[in-house]
Design a protein around this ligand. Structure first.
Ligand SMILES: NC(=O)c1ccc[n+]([C@@H]2O[C@H](COP(=O)([O-])OP(=O)(O)OC[C@H]3O[C@@H](n4cnc5c(N)ncnc54)[C@H](OP(=O)(O)O)[C@@H]3O)[C@@H](O)[C@H]2O)c1
Length: 255
């Protein structure tokens, strides 16, 4: 609590579970009304909506596959309708590894699919929502990048780390075009967050090894990431744009 975003309208992609869900709840706890986008997590998206309403804010769950341009346009329409014309905060959270692959196993379709999910979706969502923000005096875009976008990730993520690097870089490009419209575009780069992302893609012994390199001596939580997102969504961050907040427990400074 404590960030002043009362009455702002937020759209969070992949808001039905883990980091996205924590972002929805943190933004609502700080006063925002929230459009909870989901793809497959319908049940937990509806639970998220109920939790937001219990906080006294408005919310709606909207299904959309962010890898599909027509779904993105429909999501925009639903969000603008919910916000009575406004969307003030866009959190581009949907993303993932899809599956691990060493370079020799990286087929063109996995590469294309990973870029569509982690990067193209961010570009198309910004294309849809940023003009709405500009019409209403400004807004905040927060992209969920990754430590992998900065340190190259694991040998098994040659498709994912570079896609996340593009996300952080894109925030800088948009800053140059839309800074004069009072739109701040930043990234949050999580490190090792203990959630389904690793349950799905990281064997337990690999996960333990990754966490053992974290100076703060624990994996991150979904809420650790959501706190940085709420800060960037607030007026406290009005003079920060094109930047990255690393939420990784000091991983950069480990061995
Ligand atoms: N966990 C980590 O350690 C870590 C570290 C660095 C960065 N990240 C990034 O953090 C973000 C959130 O991931 P997470 O950690 O919360 O893991 P997660 O539990 O795997 O969540 C992935 C999210 O992406 C959504 N999603 C996937 N494909 C989608 C599609 N085609 N259309 C719409 N939504 C889609 C999922 O929605 P549904 O469930 O509704 O399908 C889900 O909400 C991702 O961008 C990820 O790359 C995570």
């Amino acid at each position: 609590m404590g960030f002043r975003i009362e009455g702002k309208v937020a759209l969070v992609t992949g808001g039905g579970r883990d980091i996205g869900r924590a972002c929805c709840l943190e933004l609502a706890a700080n006063g925002a009304d929230v459009v909870v986008n989901y793809h497959s997590s319908s049940e937990s998206a509806l639970e998220t909506v109920a939790e937001i309403e219990a906080l006294g804010r408005r919310a709606v769950a909207v299904r959309a596959d962010v890898t599909k341009p027509d779904n993105i346009l429909a999501l925009k329409e639903a969000a603008v309708d919910f916000g009575a014309g406004r969307v003030d905060i866009l959190v581009n959270n949907a993303g993932g590894i899809i599956r691990r692959a060493l370079l020799a196993d990286l087929d063109p379709e996995l590469l294309a699919e990973t870029l569509r999910l982690n990067f193209t979706s961010v570009v198309l969502l910004c294309q849809a929502i940023v003009p709405v923000m500009a019409e209403h005096g400004g807004g905040k875009v927060i992209n969920i990048s990754s430590v992998a976008g900065h340190n190259g990730g694991a040998p098994t993520t040659p498709h994912y780390g570079p896609a996340k690097a593009a996300v952080s870089n894109f925030a800088r490009t948009l800053t140059k075009e839309f800074g004069g419209s009072n739109i701040q575009v930043n990234s949050v780069a999580p490190g090792i967050i203990d959630n389904r992302f690793h349950e799905d893609h990281t064997p337990p012994e690999m996960f333990e090894k990754l966490v053992s390199g974290v100076p703060l001596a624990r994996a991150g939580t979904n809420e650790d990431v959501a706190g940085a997102v709420a800060f960037l969504a607030s007026p406290n961050a009005d003079y920060i744009s094109g930047d990255v907040i690393h939420v990784n427990g000091g991983l950069y400074f480990g061995q």
